[in-house]
Design a protein. Structure first.
Length: 348
């Protein structure tokens, strides 16, 4: 068979192959097998060496025509297949824009964070600074520097998570008193700070105890600060937390870092003082501990206690939240149950 006939035959076979191909991949394979370097057309043209010089241009032209034709048919089929597969894909991925969107559950501020932020706002408004402390603290700052002597019961292994004999998880936010005092430059004005944060005690968790809870420490040191300043400040705090009609009363107490020390009660926000189950029929609810800063605490931080003095207080946001919202188990705050947490939507 002459080369021309062979070329015509190849074209016919290729077109049949292309017709029955149904993927772009197959088309590509067909292209390689006919038009490729080792393809059929190339191998047919190897016979050119036996062709007479007059015939060569004729066969060359024919070969070009066959190549062009084949390329055109391949391209056409390839485009059709691509269009079809795109169409199929579009149909499969149709989006129904009329379907309602999925509801995204929005988170919200945790009730304890709400309480702490409210308290921070109150004190920021009165010119206090907010100081963050470390939860991992030294025994020295946690106890010694706030005038807790070596044999004080609060240093008992029962109550404190010791990491090493000298390092512990702070049991209260009071070490912040010493840390801010020693850094404060009194020539620039009084020291007024609050410090909210987590504290840790080796308690067995139950309805009223958690091994981790929160405190907010507060301290004001300047010249001529009196217990009346302390009382006025805490009165504001109590009103902010429990309502404008609230009153407070101070009862004598003991803390190593304050002298005198007081326990602070707020008039019952439920019964208004008449006596109910919340205030255990006394009309008063204990909300925090406070007192006038002990001179030892000032002196150990390098502050002249004959010139400067002031007050400190420590309150527990967990307890405040339990009282305020009638929560009967402190563990609710730490279980992250949405059914509990979503009840405390912040207003506004
Ligand atoms: N640190 C005390 C406690 O944990 C609270 C307190 C702070 C009392 C500051 C008085 C002054 O119980």
């Amino acid at each position: 068979m002459g080369i021309e006939e062979q070329l015509t035959g190849v074209l016919a076979r290729a077109v049949t192959d292309i017709d029955s191909a149904d993927s772009v991949k197959e088309i590509e394979a067909i292209r390689v097998s006919y038009l490729g370097k080792k393809g059929e057309i190339t191998s047919i043209l190897k016979g050119m060496k036996d062709v007479s010089p007059q015939q060569r241009p004729v066969i060359g032209k024919k070969a070009n025509e066959v190549r062009d034709e084949l390329t055109a048919v391949l391209t056409q089929k390839k485009e059709r297949l691509e269009k079809e597969s795109l169409q199929k894909q579009l149909e499969a991925e149709t989006i129904d824009v009329t379907l309602p969107g999925r509801q995204v559950k929005k988170g919200q501020t945790h009730v304890l964070t709400q309480i702490m932020e409210d308290i921070e706002d109150l004190f920021l408004g009165m010119g206090y600074q907010i100081i963050e402390g470390n939860e991992v603290e030294s025994d020295y700052y946690n106890f010694e520097r706030v005038n807790l002597p070596q044999n004080h019961p609060a240093r008992d292994m029962q109550d404190t998570f010791y990491i090493t004999p000298d390092v512990l998880l702070r049991t209260h936010t009071s070490p912040i008193q010493a840390r801010t005092l020693e850094n404060h430059d009194f020539s620039e004005g009084p020291l007024k700070m609050i410090s909210p944060g987590k504290v840790y005690r080796r308690d067995t968790d139950d309805a009223t105890h958690s091994h981790q809870f929160h405190q907010i420490e507060g301290m004001v040191i300047d010249e001529n600060i009196t217990m009346a300043d302390l009382k006025g400040t805490l009165e504001l705090l109590a009103k902010k937390m429990f309502g404008e009609e609230r009153e407070i009363r101070l009862r004598p107490s003991y803390f190593p870092f304050t002298e005198p020390s007081v326990e602070v009660d707020v008039s019952c926000f439920k019964c208004g003082g008449e006596g109910c189950n919340v205030c255990k029929k006394t009309g008063w609810i204990e909300i925090l501990g406070a007192g006038m800063t002990h001179p030892n605490v000032l002196e150990m931080s390098g502050v002249d206690s004959s010139k400067y003095g002031g007050f400190a207080f420590g309150l527990g946001p967990d307890r405040i939240a339990m009282l305020k919202y009638g929560v009967d188990d402190i563990r609710h705050f730490y279980l992250n149950d949405q059914r509990f947490l979503t009840q405390f939507k912040r207003k506004g």
